[in-house]
Design a protein around this ligand. Structure first.
Ligand code: ARG
Length: 586
């Protein structure tokens, strides 16, 4: 099909290649396309302005020249109307017959996937996400990494990349010395911790902390236990293993609820015997130096890291977060053959990753190896209704499992209110899907780099940019087909091209799916896809309120059925990419 799946990108490419053959356009011309306001057309290209300015030409003249040449191209002319506007913009509006043909590309999820893979060079990508520390329950702070990472992995896979989902759990930290101390002192049996073993471990950890604060001698003992563990003491290793097993089982419960899976769970401990090699390589390549007994890497010319080095080995000889991350990177390159590594964490780790990436650049350059593309995908904080980082009433972090259960509970109340006759089992199922979707969507629909306010009423509302609103749109379209007695995709034979304003508006919105998905993956920001789906559901609602689908006239009925079916496919595919299950009835 002319222009391919992503019409905006395909159109821009056509424009660029035709422009290149025109006197007055230089090699550096970029059309700079973007979706247009409806009254101007479907897409707009603004690039002539900057190009004319750079080369001292009159933009309006250049744009007119280009528009003429584009119109002379028969294929292009058949598909799209072209207009020069303002100081030198180009507006493009696709013709109804072309729209009609394009809609065939959206007929099912396989077609969408095929479209999304066009022109993509598939890479091996590691997505490092969730990555909680063991011996503690996951709290609300982990939800963003878990959900955003999961969604990025889903999208990259959809685009054809070979993704390894790696949960880089913190299972080798100082928490273990303190815990081992508390376990010894209390004579706890790790095999009988009761119903909620991870909570019991958290309590022990708290107790341990209290002990070492009161008694400096005990602090020394805790430190000694940690050293014993790290040196491979069998007794401590056994305790450590049990603690991790309990932790991972509890994490799994959260992942299960959220529908998140991993290919690897290689925690920090996995790299503990691989750090010596890192020290050696950094020393040999001359990248590191000694500073007050520690091994560090300075980054000259950097405003902060020229003076504030990346510490890769502490002065007491111990490895740290930095060393582990360097060893992890080496493993991902050598074993997973990663061409791209995406780290999804809180924005407070920006300095760490900046230093890690700078160090890795030097290290790989010095050993003449290609460095994969490294991306730190960071996010802001979830705020409670008081505008501060979300906490429980007692001031503790909100447990993630509790939050998810609360979402399901609240959704259940709403479902019963709206639809009291629903059998309990059905209501439970709807509440589970809606509650979990609401929490997910509330997170994903925000620009990830901003903080956002967590408000139950808003995220569960049936109106606005929320999961319930989108789930409802999906259920409504299923309902339309049920009522007519057809399956989506059936009854499309007699369709004529879109005609009414609402039909055109909806068809036009469907064109924007591919560019919205491309932008989302290019910037690794799920909120772009969310906004698109929200707009699509809105355009569908306007269309459906205005244009009756179940009409007698076969041509009209068929083309409206097509619009319903394509909207359904795009909504369901989009929500699926966001890790959201949909419902045929609500
Ligand atoms: N465990 C760390 C934390 O809870 C996150 C790890 C992120 N991944 C990494 N490779 N550093 O903050």
């Amino acid at each position: 099909m002319l222009f391919g799946f992503d019409l905006m990108a395909g159109l821009a490419e056509s424009v660029r290649s035709i422009a290149c053959q025109i006197d007055g356009f230089e090699e550096d011309f970029l059309p700079e396309p973007r979706p247009a306001e409806a009254r101007f057309g479907d897409f707009q290209a603004n690039g002539v302005l900057a190009h004319a300015k750079r080369h001292g030409r009159n933009p309006r003249e250049l744009a007119t020249l280009l528009a003429e040449r584009l119109q002379e191209n028969e294929e292009l002319n058949e598909a799209v109307e072209i207009e020069v506007a303002g100081p030198g913009f180009l507006n493009f509006r696709f013709k109804p017959l072309f729209l009609q043909r394009y809609l065939a590309l959206l007929s099912d999820i396989d077609k969408l996937r095929e479209g999304a893979r066009q022109g993509v060079n598939p890479l091996k990508v590691v997505v490092d996400f969730s990555s909680p520390n063991t011996a503690k329950q996951m709290h609300v702070g982990h939800i963003r990494s878990t959900i955003i990472g999961d969604v990025l992995a889903r999208m990259l896979e959809f685009q054809g990349h070979k993704v390894t989902r790696d949960n880089h759990v913190g299972d080798w930290g100082t928490q273990f010395g303190i815990l081992i101390l508390a376990i010894q002192r209390s004579g706890t049996d790790l095999d009988s911790l009761g119903e909620a073993p991870l909570e019991a471990l958290e309590n022990l950890y708290r107790e341990g902390n209290r002990l070492i604060q009161e008694d400096p001698d005990l602090r020394k003992i805790a430190q000694a236990e940690l050293v014993k563990l790290q040196e491979g003491d069998p007794g401590n290793l056994e305790v450590w293993e049990k603690i991790n097993k309990i932790s991972l089982a509890a994490f799994e419960e959260v992942y299960e609820l959220l529908g998140v899976r991993f290919d690897e769970t290689l925690g920090e401990s996995f790299y503990s015997d691989k750090v010596d090699k890192i020290y050696e390589e950094l020393q040999q390549t001359g990248i590191s130096e000694e500073s007050d007994g520690a091994m560090v890497v300075f980054h000259e010319g950097h405003p902060r890291f020229a003076k504030q080095p990346f510490i890769v080995r502490k002065s007491d000889g111990a490895s740290n977060y930095a060393t582990t991350d360097l060893a992890t990177l080496k493993h991902r390159v050598e074993v997973f053959q990663a061409k791209e590594v995406i780290y999804v964490t809180d924005g407070r780790q920006r300095d760490h990753f900046e230093q890690l990436f700078l160090t890795a650049e030097k290290w790989f350059a010095a050993s003449q190896r290609p460095l994969p593309l490294l991306k730190h995908i960071w996010f802001g904080t979830i705020l409670g209704e008081d505008g501060k980082a979300i906490k429980t009433r007692s001031g503790d972090p909100v447990k993630l499992l509790d939050l998810l259960k609360e979402a399901i509970r609240r959704a259940r109340v709403i479902v019963s209110e709206k639809n009291p006759e629903l059998p309990a089992e059905e209501a439970d199922r709807i509440a589970r899907v809606t509650g979990l979707a609401s929490v997910r969507y509330a997170d994903l629909s925000q620009n990830r780099t901003s903080d956002y306010l967590f408000e139950w009423d808003k995220l569960l509302a049936l109106e606005g940019n929320t999961a319930p609103y989108l789930l409802y749109a999906v259920a409504r379209i299923h309902g339309i087909f049920r009522k007519i007695g057809l399956a989506p995709g059936e009854g499309e034979e007699s369709a004529t091209p879109v005609e009414t304003d609402y039909e055109k508006g909806l068809a036009r919105r469907l064109l924007f799916f591919a560019p919205a998905l491309s932008q989302t993956i290019r910037e690794l920001k799920p909120h772009y896809l969310c906004s698109y789906l929200y707009d699509l559901a809105g355009d569908f609602a306007s269309f459906y309120n205005q244009d009756k689908v179940a009409v007698e006239e076969p041509a009209i009925r068929s083309r409206r059925l097509i619009l319903c079916a394509r909207t359904l496919t795009v909504l369901e595919t989009g929500l699926g990419l966001l890790g959201i299950k949909t419902l045929a009835k609500m």
